[in-house]
Unconditional design. Structure first.
Lengths: 130, 130
DNA sequence: TTTGATGCAAATGTTTTGCATGCAA
DNA sequence: TTGCATGCAAAACATTTGCATCAAA
């Protein structure tokens, strides 16, 4: 038994393009609203199915920021995220990957560490009091 | 209007003690099962309410590992977590806090970074093939 | 044609909430 | 007594899934 082949679908393409075009890290529901402007009949189920497929294929990244629902990122290049404690906004951070912390973690662990996910917290520019 | 005073409750105490006693990072449902051995009539709602309260008070920590449900940790001392890609287990890592990454993040960010949450991934001792 | 993808709706799983009652202070 | 905490059940959400139909290949 082989893995099922993936067929083209304009809905999936639209989701991917939208994610590539924004820096907003939208939720599934926001994506649904957006794609519906182009394909009014698309269903939430289809959005979820495609987000799962694209995530699996590595075309997009799923972020679990801990605010109850997942967010998605069309930028698959290694980068970090900042989450504002006040407004909840998720912002890309432009900084060098800090790979060596995997090495540090490995040195203290009885197993195999191969990666890490780091979220930074604080106040974004618009929420910092003057 | 002042904040409501917190009254003692044995249910909350039991939840806190259980979390202090284990290194398992249980989910709300697991905690519910456990506490029910002592207070058979406790409801899931009470467990959730107390977990939220204890988290707010800083008595416990809520972990969003991205596996669909939150987990809780009674160890509030700064430490890192490892999540096994295979079995999903969440394990404490004994390593020095790497505070300087906040400094690095701040240097590249137009806002204020005051903390970070890092989850390490890989295979735990029992899931690493020989 | 064949088979994966879709739309729709129902189902699932987690977490929250309204309300009458219980219990700490 | 006063009012926070509880148990119970219903509700609210986010996400998944079954199925008939649509549309790539």
């Amino acid at each position: 038994m082989t893995a099922a082949a993936t067929k083209y679908s304009r809905q999936r393409e639209c989701i991917k393009e939208y994610l590539r075009s924004t820096r907003e890290h939208p939720t599934a529901d926001t994506i649904y609203m957006k794609v519906r402007e182009v394909y009014p009949n698309i269903s939430l189920g289809t959005v979820y199915r495609n987000l799962a497929l694209l995530t699996e294929q590595g075309e997009i990244i799923k972020l679990s920021c801990g605010d109850g629902c997942d967010r998605f990122d069309g930028n698959t290049a290694p980068h970090y995220h900042f989450i504002c404690r006040q407004c909840g906004r998720v912002i890309d951070l432009d900084m060098e990957p800090i790979e060596h912390i995997n090495t540090i973690a490995n040195a203290h662990f009885n197993g195999r560490v191969d990666g890490n996910i780091t979220y930074f917290y604080g106040l974004c520019r618009e929420c910092v009091p003057d």
